[in-house]
Design a protein around this ligand. Sequence first.
Ligand SMILES: [Zn+2]
Length: 284
Amino acid sequence: MLRLGVQVSISGKIYKAIDRIVELGCNTMQIFSRNPRSFRRKPQEKDDLDEFVKRRKKADINPLAIHAVYTLNLASYNKRFYRFSVRDFIRDMHDAHDLGAELMVTHVGSFKRSTYQDGIKRVIEALDKILKKSPPSVTLLLENISGSGHWIGSHFSELAYIIDKLGRPKNLGICLDTCHVFSAGYNLSEEEGLNNLVTEIDSLIGLDRLKLIHLNDTRDTLGSKKDRHWHIGEGQIGKEGFRRFINHPKLRTVPFILETPKKEETDDTRNIEAVRSLYDGRLA
Ligand SMILES: [Zn+2]
């Protein structure tokens, strides 16, 4: 069965996010559990959390993914900020657990002002601490990124290296973003590019660790290292690229989350419709 959701806002009361996702007719979702561009944390009221859990259960939304905030960096060269990032990430993992979330998605981090080797070492130490101090019910997913600047994780070999170094723990997996994959040089608009990608993930990491897919088209050219999400089928990956991708036997059972632009009120419904129309229910 198609598991399709959208990144939705939690503005107002957090449980309103469930109403938004129900209105869109989705059966999975992704949210930020707090303001993604702020350092401040404001705990949710107990009643609001209970209401969130209750409404989600009724609506049968599965899985629930939380996207980590942008203000933490698990590869930071700055010792103080690095410690702060690890500490707050652990707190966010506990908050995710309180919300009943199964998945926490994060970008790996930036090694700016230091070396790649030092950066990836810090990431591994950070993740080790985080996984040991977090509720095991929340699986941490490393998301591939487009590869600009000093960011770690544009190739699956890097994610595989981190997962291996950590001893392949059960509660660590990956999230694949189609826009980032394309920007990093994997050609999803062609059948060969898609097959190479799936083979690479399976041999390096194992497809069983691929727990979530961010479905986004892109406005940028192949290998551009840029990160500009676009409407499904209207960008460089294109309709046929997405048709092949979402019906691929190894990918079609993974939950899909749209992070496409929301300029017009109808943008979400348009993208949801685009995915539904490309998904071949007869294969299920
Ligand atoms: Zn993404």
